[in-house]
Design a protein around this ligand. Sequence first.
Ligand code: HEC
Ligand code: HEC
Ligand code: HEC
Ligand code: HEC
Ligand code: HEC
Length: 350
Amino acid sequence: MKNVPTYSLLCMILLILNSCSLLHREVVRVTPNTAQSQICGKCHVEEYREWEQSAHRNAYISNDFKEQSENYGDEECLTCHVPNPIYGAEELTARNHNLNEGINCVTCHLTPEQRIAGPLSVFPAHAINMNDPFYRRSVLCGTCHDEHFEQWEQTRELINQSNPEKTILSCQECHMPKIRRKLIAQGFFQYAHKEHEARKHTFTSSPAPYNKRDSWLLIETEVLLEAKEKWPVRIIVSHDIPHALPAVYYGFKEIDFFVALKSFDEQILDEQVLTFSSEYDEYIAPNKKSKYDFYFPSSIKAQTEFLEIKVKRITNNADSDDKIIYFNKRRIYHVNSDFDPDDIMDTLLF
Ligand code: HEC
Ligand code: HEC
Ligand code: HEC
Ligand code: HEC
Ligand code: HEC
């Protein structure tokens, strides 16, 4: 620990320099002229870079928003897409400066007392509210993601009915991936600061599952072999996400299930598609098993060797490409009138 004396010395110098965080007043400017994110990015280099790539940063400048808000004519849209700071706000209001930053650093971090609030215990360079529990809670995200938050609360309630002790993951735990790092990555003072358990500001649109299983989706299949002219295949879908899928209410997203019966040489004999589209308010509800039946012609039964399920997510957002989020192929054994569990192939494709 030979760094300890240097570290303490630096801390002392900083304390004196800091004198109650009078330094860097430009950071905590009063509304309506709050600081530009670039100013925060001078010290919080990594958070800034992550945010810069996020949907939040594009909430105003995206073509879709520009078009759908009638070239920014619809005032109401601006309250969530370019809001004033949300901390303690009774209702959201639109700001009228730094518009192209969409949802920016001060939107989430500036308090009405002109302090910067956050979840950690830190050594500040600006006026700061430390250890603020608001930052760990889903309700922060729910300020604008009202539908997701409502469903998240319902899911929690449902789970707590059978197990009052159980907590569920917060929005942050899934959508802001964990990382250990220094909060400032610029200038001399970075050496005086230690690493923290922090979270990435990517606001990741499809987070990787936490558990060992390789997909958030769980699909069970039943094939009824003694069918007559129609051959039913039943799919039972559930997922671990505390909000419905597809998870957009204002934007567009679709999830398509492609269910195919294939021959021994991989030819598709018949394929049926089930679509869940946000455009038509079709969602897969959280916290329940949903059953869907597909009817195939019995005439293909003799040639059928495989049942294949592909699930694809489709967005109109160029940054989050369409992709397969679930794939499963099973061999159908006619003789045993059942599947062989050893033949199940689930592939990680999130
Ligand atoms: C209550 C807050 C709120 C208001 C008001 C609001 N939005 Fe949004 N908007 C969101 C959220 C949250 C998302 C992202 C997730 C989702 O779709 O649920 C979003 C996403 C979008 C997207 C999708 C962006 C993309 O790239 O696909 C568009 C476009 C959009 N909003 C346009 C509008 C328009 C136009 C209005 C006004 C008629 C509006 N929004 C009003 C919160 C809001
Ligand atoms: C001059 C450099 C500098 C600038 C500019 C700056 N910060 Fe900081 N910030 C710091 C330092 C130093 C810390 C404490 C880091 C530590 O102790 O590890 C900090 C801590 C934080 C924290 C953590 C608070 C907590 O308790 O969890 C947040 C959030 C934060 N800053 C947000 C911002 C925002 C938002 C802006 C722009 C409006 C900004 N900062 C501008 C240097 C800066
Ligand atoms: C001030 C309002 C607001 C707050 C607070 C907010 N969001 Fe958003 N969020 C939006 C809007 C608006 C969009 C849509 C932006 C766009 O695409 O135009 C969005 C988009 C998203 C997306 C979609 C990303 C993508 O790539 O399409 C995710 C995920 C998300 N937010 C997660 C979160 C999480 C997690 C929190 C809490 C830490 C949060 N948001 C807090 C308004 C907000
Ligand atoms: C257990 C993890 C988990 C939690 C907790 C969670 N989400 Fe999600 N969320 C996901 C996954 C996984 C997806 C992507 C599903 C997909 O690909 O269709 C998603 C999708 C989204 C999207 C759409 C992103 C896009 O572009 O398609 C938004 C917005 C979102 N979540 C917001 C929230 C908010 C707000 C909360 C808290 C109220 C929350 N989520 C809690 C896992 C989670
Ligand atoms: C949509 C809301 C939102 C926006 C926008 C946002 N943050 Fe954060 N920020 C959070 C949340 C939530 C946390 C707490 C994450 C956690 O639990 O560690 C956080 C934490 C932090 C921390 C403390 C370290 C950490 O990860 O816990 C710093 C520093 C920070 N943010 C800086 C910034 C800067 C700089 C910007 C702009 C480039 C920014 N934030 C934009 C919501 C936001």
